[in-house]
Write a protein that binds this ligand. Structure first.
Ligand SMILES: [Zn+2]
Ligand SMILES: [Zn+2]
Length: 325
């Protein structure tokens, strides 16, 4: 089978051995397509993944072989996430499922940018769902990223009447603003790029290149990885407000000033990967149309995956979807 593999800082399509279920529980899934996540870009550009790694986890696929008690059948078209929390460790008990060791160890094998993958029984039982019929494959591939977004909103623990500012209107910003609206929160988005501001307005959500000087938000969602976005967050967060960090910055030299946090009683919190419940909410939001993702993705073939990475990094496109089968 073919898969896109990291080799010497490039992504090359290689022939890998076919996947055999052998006597294992789980399923062999023929990948129909897989979304390209911002975290794939970071892993690739910051050389966090070793040679031979197959990236990709926002998958839509069809079960071709199965040995499972999960109730799925051969021929089922499914979406799945890649990590599963243990539910028992100190991280899980405090709601930090993405820090759970079991969560980090579990994955789809070899990775989503592959013609076939192996999904374990735990994946099937915990984080896989039938693809809703009213969603096409590219729409359904937002199941995992929207799950991440929903988790960040839940972590913010907003109350009725709260106002949220979304800084950065790339794909994650657009999902965050829509999901906040779906949770009945007052939201505006901001981005220095006018075309991205217009992009969010198309969803009926207020967006600006720069909020009014007097504007204050109860929570700021940081979906932009630009260092300057931190100044924006500090300017528009009200005293006692929450800043939710949902992006990495290029060099990790940027920081939130101690005294602003102390004297203004700010909460700065990170949010990374979703729990089972967040993923379930994600699929409901996609299925019901509360969060719309049609037209956000640009489709590439597996052989053009390197181009998909380049076009995403240069902001030429919003989101890449790698169509595989
Ligand atoms: Zn992702
Ligand atoms: Zn755990």
């Amino acid at each position: 089978m073919k898969a896109a593999v990291i080799r010497n800082n490039e992504i090359i399509v290689e022939e890998l051995p076919d996947i055999d279920l052998k006597n294992r529980e789980g399923a062999v899934v023929k990948v129909k397509g897989c979304g390209l996540c911002g975290s794939d870009i970071v892993k690739f550009t910051h050389k966090l993944s070793k040679d031979g790694t197959v990236l990709g986890h926002e998958i839509v696929g069809v079960i071709v072989k199965i040995n499972s008690k999960s109730g799925f059948h051969e021929g089922d078209v499914i979406v799945s996430s890649h990590h599963i929390a243990c539910g028992k460790c100190i991280y899980c008990r405090h709601g930090n499922v993405s820090m759970c060791e079991h969560f980090k160890e579990t994955n789809i094998i070899p990775g989503g940018f592959s013609e076939y993958i192996y999904l374990s029984e735990k994946h099937l039982q915990n984080v896989a769902y039938l693809k809703p019929e009213n969603l096409d494959d590219t729409e359904a591939s937002f199941y995992e990223p929207l799950g991440c977004v929903i988790r960040s909103i839940k972590r913010a623990n907003l109350i009725d009447g709260d106002k949220a500012l979304v800084v950065g209107l790339g794909t994650i910003g657009i999902l965050t603003a829509q999901a906040l609206k779906a949770f009945n929160k007052e939201v505006i988005g901001c981005d220095i790029m006018q075309k991205r501001v217009d992009g969010l307005k198309n969803y009926g959500i207020n967006a600006v290149t720069k909020p009014d000087d007097e504007y204050k938000a109860d929570a700021v969602f940081m979906t932009s990885g630009a260092d300057k976005a931190i100044d924006t967050a500090l300017k528009y967060i009200r005293n006692g407000g929450k800043i939710i960090v949902f992006s990495s910055t290029p060099h990790d030299t940027s920081s939130y000033p101690n005294n602003e946090i102390y004297y203004r009683e700010l909460t700065v919190m990170g949010s990374y990967s979703p729990s089972r419940e967040d993923l379930k909410n994600s699929l409901e939001f996609l299925k019901s149309g509360k969060v719309k993702v049609k037209g956000l993705s640009t489709i590439y073939g597996l052989e053009n995956i390197q181009q998909a990475f380049c076009d995403t990094m240069t902001n030429k496109i919003m989101k890449a979807y790698i169509k595989i089968n």
